[in-house]
Design a protein. Structure first.
Length: 229
């Protein structure tokens, strides 16, 4: 007995594209198109009625776009797989689709065989992203990692601008001490402590003591002191 065909719903506002995609899919013996919709609102009704295994969703449509539709489908019917198809080589759409739970993301000018392979692979439990989206994703990850590394480096260098006494003040602030308490601990005046605090905020480009306390808890001053020695 042959396996049950893959039940597919197509949601796209371009009638000609839907028609061509349907013909291509139905030429395959293991794929059956069970419904079509011209926008996300119609798509929800068709998906609820037909209960497909997979939905091919246009990213940009009137009334309800593909990313919003995808989010709703994944909440209501997490068992339904979804591939987003788009003409827009756009980071925002790719990341939006991934956050919404897309199982695949392809450009509309992808080779027909790439689309067919994606349908089968996604239903088989794999995630499929075309070459252009994959390149975008890799670039995004690398740029994000680079930005984080640069931020950490800049933060470390900023801490190194502080004097030993300023680091002592920061450490006491992180422990919750007031300026008066700090002046007593360090045997100095409240005015001097205030000057140290102002200098630290300026060097670390922070707005107030609260931000300073949060920063100190994330990057303990004693660690910076060790680097300075």
């Amino acid at each position: 007995m042959s396996a049950r065909p893959i039940r597919v719903v197509i949601v796209d506002d371009q009638k000609l594209f839907r028609h061509g995609l349907r013909i291509m899919l139905e030429l395959e013996g293991d794929i059956e198109v069970v419904g079509e919709a011209a926008n996300g609102v119609e798509g929800l009704d068709v998906i609820a009625e037909q209960d497909p295994a997979l939905v091919l969703i246009d990213a940009r449509m009137p009334q309800m776009d593909g990313i919003e539709l995808l989010s709703i489908v994944k909440r209501q019917r997490p068992q339904v797989e979804a591939i987003v198809l788009t003409t827009f080589d756009n980071d925002e759409y790719l990341l939006g689709a991934m956050r919404a739970g897309a199982d695949g993301y392809l450009m509309k000018d992808a080779h027909p065989q790439e689309v067919l392979d994606a349908v089968r692979r996604v239903v088989d439990g794999q995630r499929v992203y075309g070459s252009a989206p994959t390149d975008k994703l890799i670039d995004y990850v690398l740029s994000s990692e680079g930005a984080m590394q640069n931020a950490r480096k800049e933060e470390t260098e900023a801490w190194k601008l502080l004097s030993g006494r300023e680091l002592e003040v920061v450490q006491l602030i992180s422990l919750g001490h007031s300026n008066r308490e700090i002046s007593q601990i360090l045997f100095t005046t409240v005015g001097t402590v205030k000057n140290h605090v102002s200098s630290v905020l300026r060097k670390l480009r922070l707005r107030d003591r609260t931000q300073l306390a949060i920063r100190a808890s994330r990057y303990p001053p004693e660690d910076i002191s060790a680097q300075q020695n």
